[in-house]
Design a protein around this ligand. Structure first.
Ligand code: AN0
Ligand code: CP
Length: 320
């Protein structure tokens, strides 16, 4: 049995074929393990907004028979200081160093969502917040999107591609697309990490200046010509991210709608499926007709978030 003490990156899940087999088993009967979580409590901590992660993770935990507590830190809880050594004479009433072990007292497993701040690259890429949860909570911790990765999303994406692929090794193209606000690199970093681990023909396309951290993209082809990248693709995975490279870390360098995924570009592919983690801004990232087309699999992709979360929580329960 593959058990886990934490889940923040692709390495934590171990062999992907085993994880995918477990996902398929759960999808066939998601109530097969309802006894496993009896009298166990999942605490979900949100520092940022969510629709899918919140609902799918709670549903997955309920499928396993768990009790669930959800806390939106920024709505009703004390404002939390995250830096050690700070004189706390400002608006933050509590320090993470007390809050985390206290949260650990009330649950068996903790899920954390804490996005990159996009102002301090070092803090973000050291994963300052989730690593403190791992260190100080005394409980197994999993990421519900941390500063540099969103592994529950990538695992759901992998499950979805495996379900829809018609070739052993499909061509998967991750394309940058425009968005008005600065977004983290967590989703694209993580997707790259999982696609490379899966061994697909993986291509990334983005404008100059949007290069991701090579620690995540090593092994991927980078093609700056989006139309060329789309040729022969089996899956198009659209996502916006802000710049990673200095001195522009966290900045929006372009909102060029020439990069929007539209029907003309999809016609260059090998009848590719369209994917996006959602939430998506229509007619910025993707046109209405593409996201509404019969090749769009964004809804089954979101549905698989319940399955990826259930595999992860099941394994964490088995490790208790
Ligand atoms: C977030 C992001 O890009 O990381 C969450 C995506 C799952 N997106 C937005 O904030 C719009
Ligand atoms: N894809 C995803 O994580 O969506 P939410 O931000 O709504 O949870």
């Amino acid at each position: 049995m593959q058990t886990m003490k934490k889940f923040t990156c692709v390495e934590d899940i171990g062999a992907l074929d085993k994880a995918l087999a477990e996902a398929a088993l759960i999808k066939k009967d998601r109530f097969a393990f309802t006894g496993l979580g009896r009298n166990k409590t999942l605490l979900m901590i949100f520092f940022n907004s969510s629709l899918r992660t919140r609902l799918s993770t709670q549903k997955a935990a309920m499928n396993l028979g768990m009790n669930v507590i959800v806390l939106d830190v920024n709505q009703g809880a004390w404002k939390l200081e995250t830096e050690r050594g700070v004189i706390m004479d400002g608006d933050k009433a509590e320090h993470l160093l007390e809050a985390i072990p206290v949260m650990g007292c009330y649950c068996d497993i903790i899920g954390v969502r804490s996005f990159a701040g996009l102002t301090n690259k070092k803090d973000d890429y050291e994963e300052k917040v989730i690593s403190q949860f791992i260190k100080y909570s005394g409980k197994p911790v999993f990421s519900m999107e941390a500063a540099t990765r969103h592994p529950l999303q990538s695992f759901a994406d992998l499950i979805t591609i495996e379900e829809y692929k018609t070739k052993e090794r499909p061509k998967v193209v991750m394309t940058w697309a425009p968005h008005p606000k600065a977004l983290p690199q967590a989703v694209p970093n993580s997707f790259a990490e999982w696609m490379i681990a899966a061994g697909y023909d993986f291509v990334i396309t983005h404008p100059h200046g949007y290069e991701l951290d090579p620690a995540f993209t090593r092994g991927a082809k980078i093609e700056y010509d989006q139309r060329k990248a789309f040729e022969g693709a089996d899956f198009i995975y659209a996502k916006n991210w802000s710049a990673y490279a200095d001195p522009n870390y966290g900045k929006v360098l372009s909102t060029d709608r020439d990069w929007t995924v539209d029907a003309g570009k999809m016609a260059l592919t090998d009848n590719a499926y369209f994917m996006h983690c959602l939430p998506v801004r229509r007619n910025m990232i993707v046109t209405d007709d593409v996201i509404e087309s019969d090749r769009s699999i964004v809804i089954p992709e979101a549905a698989n978030r319940e399955i990826s979360a259930q595999v992860v929580i099941k394994r964490l329960l088995e490790s208790l």
